[in-house]
Structure formats: structure tokens, C-alpha cells
Design a protein around this ligand. Structure first.
Ligand code: NCD
Length: 361
């Protein structure tokens, strides 16, 4: 689809578009992402490209010359990390990814140190940042805010690319990318992600990583998705509707142990109690939704165990040394997929692939 322009559409009209109709507004002419705002904006071709880039970039980065080449890609650009929700791994992962490409990084992590304390709107603050930076990476508690900023900046004549690093309970598209990359690497020798059973466990109602990954997995034929949670924290109907529309097979259950032997990947999540009004999720018994060392016996030899982290008690630390525990590798994969994504946004992919072909093939 031909890229569309955010300055050709009113905010109200844009806001009310179905997710798949928003995607063309976030793309460049070559089909690569310009803004990264929703998981639904990705097609299979882009996912495959970004994963392939990440694998080549990490090979290039192994040598001093290769790292110097990567750091020479974007030294003329500056990125702003605007994180108004707690974060350490996603923040540092983006920070390191920018450093690898030579991007200079600025940050605001605590809104109490910004002029928002003087009554400035979030919109005005971010518009100010956009004057100093060439990329904005943003984590916000407000669903849709990153999209709103992309629209505002385009209409203000300064269409700086925006990456959504987690918005509200709704979206975490770059976590979903790193999860796809992890699944792809793990199943490289067993036929890829296609046809696998992926089991989501925990707070599926408010876990944005699950919502974004469930959406990306619809691009892999034959994947069956299982949603395992207590009734109070079960996955939203909007996600299930999306899966049905895509013809995806799924199962909703609260019987974790019966599903473990069927799983090719289990994706554990913590209770997102920061969204509780009065601690209500602490009234829910979640102990049946923990992965224990005993569960390893039920898990296929070829299966993997994932977690976006931070972890609480969902996975017994005794499981960490099992080769099927993939969560620490997910963290590392996250940095490389973000390097690949940022280089695609700034159109450095051809040069990077060319370097790889000339030096490492
Ligand atoms: C997740 C998030 O922020 O949604 N963390 C992350 O970015 N890896 C998951 C969580 O906080 O539970």
C-alpha cells in the first residue's frame, strides 16, 4: 500500500480508523517503518527483514572494525528517550542500540523534572523535544499518546519518527519484535515459528507485551495460541476477535498444567498490579499460574520458556539453568532487534547488508 501522510487526515478521523488502516501512515516509501507505534503495522516481509538484519548486525559487531562501521552509521543523528513510566531494561536496551549505531542520546525519565510540573501539557513537552532530536523513543502510561504525538509533529511540519516503547495496557511493539526474533532463532532448526503452539500465561488482560505478540503471531500460519489465566485476568475480547478475523486457532483456559505438554513456547507474565484501582488483583489466587521446577518434566524437550521480564514469582529461579529457559536471551535479542529497527527507520539497511556480504559471507 502507498504510504499515506498524517498531515492529510484530521486527528479525529485518524484516531477512529481500524488498526490495519492506520499502518500505511507509519510506513516509508520502501515499505520500512517510519514510526513504530502498533504491532499491527508489521507485515511478514518487514518482520523477516528486521530479524535477518539483527542476526547480521550482531555478527558484524563481533569485531572492532565491524563495531566501528556500525558506529559510523548514524553519528549525525540524535535520539530522545522519553520514558514517563518505570523502565530499566527497555530503556537501556534502546540506549545501547542507539550507541551501537553512533546515535547521540538524550533522556527524560522523570516528568517531575520537566516543565510539565509548571503546567505544560505532555504534547507541548514532546513537541519541544522534537526540535532538538531526530528520533523520539517513548514509553507512556497513556494508550494512543505516541500516535497522537506522531500526528501532532507531522502537522507541525516536524515529522520526527516515534518509536512506541510501551503504551498503557495496550501496545509494546518492540517487545513483540524481540519475542518474534527469539522464537525464530529458537525454532530455526525445527521448521520456524509456523505451526507451533504458543501459550500465554498470567495477567493477559493488562499485559501489553502479550497483546502485541498475539497480533504478530497471526502472521505465521498454523500457530495456535493458548491463553491461560484466572478468569479475572483473561485476555481481552478485542484480541480474540482479531485472531478469529485472521483465522487463527486459539484456546482460552485456566488449566495451566494440562496445556504445558502441548506447548512449543510458554510466555509467562507478571501481574500488572500498577493498573489496580484498589489492589484487586491481589485478591486473585495466581499460584496455579506459576512455572515451577516440577513443570520442566511436563515440558517438551524442544520447547522454550519466555518472559518479557521483570519477573516476580511466575518462574522459579531454579528453572533458569535449564536450556529451555530463554528469557535472558530475549533481553540480549532485544538490543539487536532494536539496532536493526533503528537502522531500517533511517535507511541504513542496504549499507549494513552490503558490509556483511563483503566482509562476512
Ligand atoms: C514489560 C512492559 O513494560 O510491559 N516489560 C518490558 O518492557 N520488558 C512487561 C512488564 O512490565 O511486566
Amino acid at each position: 500500500m502507498r504510504p499515506k501522510r498524517l498531515d492529510d487526515i484530521s486527528w479525529d478521523a485518524f484516531k477512529n480508523l481500524p488498526l490495519e488502516e492506520k499502518s500505511p501512515y507509519f510506513k516509508q516509501k520502501n515499505g520500512m517503518p517510519y514510526h513504530v507505534l502498533l504491532a499491527q503495522q508489521f507485515d511478514r516481509e518487514t518482520l523477516d527483514h528486521v530479524c535477518r538484519m539483527a542476526t547480521r548486525i550482531r555478527r558484524i559487531a563481533k569485531s572492532k572494525d565491524g563495531m566501528a562501521f556500525l558506529m559510523g552509521q548514524l553519528p549525525h543523528k540524535r535520539a530522545m528517550l522519553d520514558f514517563s513510566q518505570p523502565s530499566s531494561r527497555t530503556f537501556l536496551s534502546f540506549y545501547a542500540a542507539c550507541q551501537i549505531l553512533g546515535l547521540k542520546v538524550g533522556e527524560v525519565r522523570d516528568p517531575t523534572t520537566s516543565s510539565e510540573m509548571k503546567g505544560e501539557s505532555r504534547e507541548d513537552s514532546v513537541r519541544t523535544f522534537s526540535s532538538y532530536f531526530d528520533l523520539i523513543i517513548m514509553r507512556t502510561p497513556t494508550q494512543g499518546f505516541a500516535e497522537k504525538m506522531a500526528w501532532i509533529l507531522s502537522n507541525a511540519g516536524r515529522p520526527v519518527p516515534i518509536i512506541n516503547a510501551g503504551s498503557g495496557k495496550d501496545q509494546h511493539p518492540t517487545q513483540a519484535l524481540l519475542d518474534i526474533y527469539t522464537l525464530e532463532r529458537s525454532f530455526e532448526r525445527s521448521g520456524g515459528i509456523e505451526g507451533k503452539n504458543v501459550v500465554f500465561v498470567g495477567d493477559l488482560l493488562r499485559g501489553r507485551t502479550v497483546r502485541s505478540l498475539a497480533s504478530l503471531l497471526t502472521l505465521y500460519p498454523g500457530v495456535k495460541q493458548f491463553f491461560v489465566a484466572p478468569d479475572e485476568l483473561q485476555i481481552g475480547q478485542d484480541v480474540l476477535d482479531q485472531l478469529s478475523a485472521a483465522g487463527v486457532d486459539y484456546e482460552v483456559t485456566n488449566d495451566f498444567e494440562s496445556v504445558i505438554p502441548e506447548a512449543d513456547a510458554i510466555y509467562m507474565t507478571r501481574i500488572q498490579d500498577e493498573w489496580d484501582k484498589e489492589g484487586e488483583s491481589h485478591q486473585v489466587d495466581i499460584s496455579d499460574f506459576y512455572f515451577t521446577a516440577d513443570h520442566l518434566k511436563l515440558l517438551k524437550y524442544s520447547a522454550i520458556l519466555m518472559h518479557p521480564l521483570p519477573r516476580r514469582k511466575e518462574i522459579d529461579p531454579a528453572v533458569d539453568s535449564d536450556p529451555r529457559a530463554m528469557y535472558w536471551r530475549q533481553v540480549r535479542n532485544g538490543m539487536w532487534i532494536r539496532v536493526a529497527l533503528i537502522s531500517a527507520i533511517f535507511g541504513r539497511d542496504d549499507e549494513i547488508l552490503d558490509y556483511y556480504t563483503r566482509n562476512l559471507r
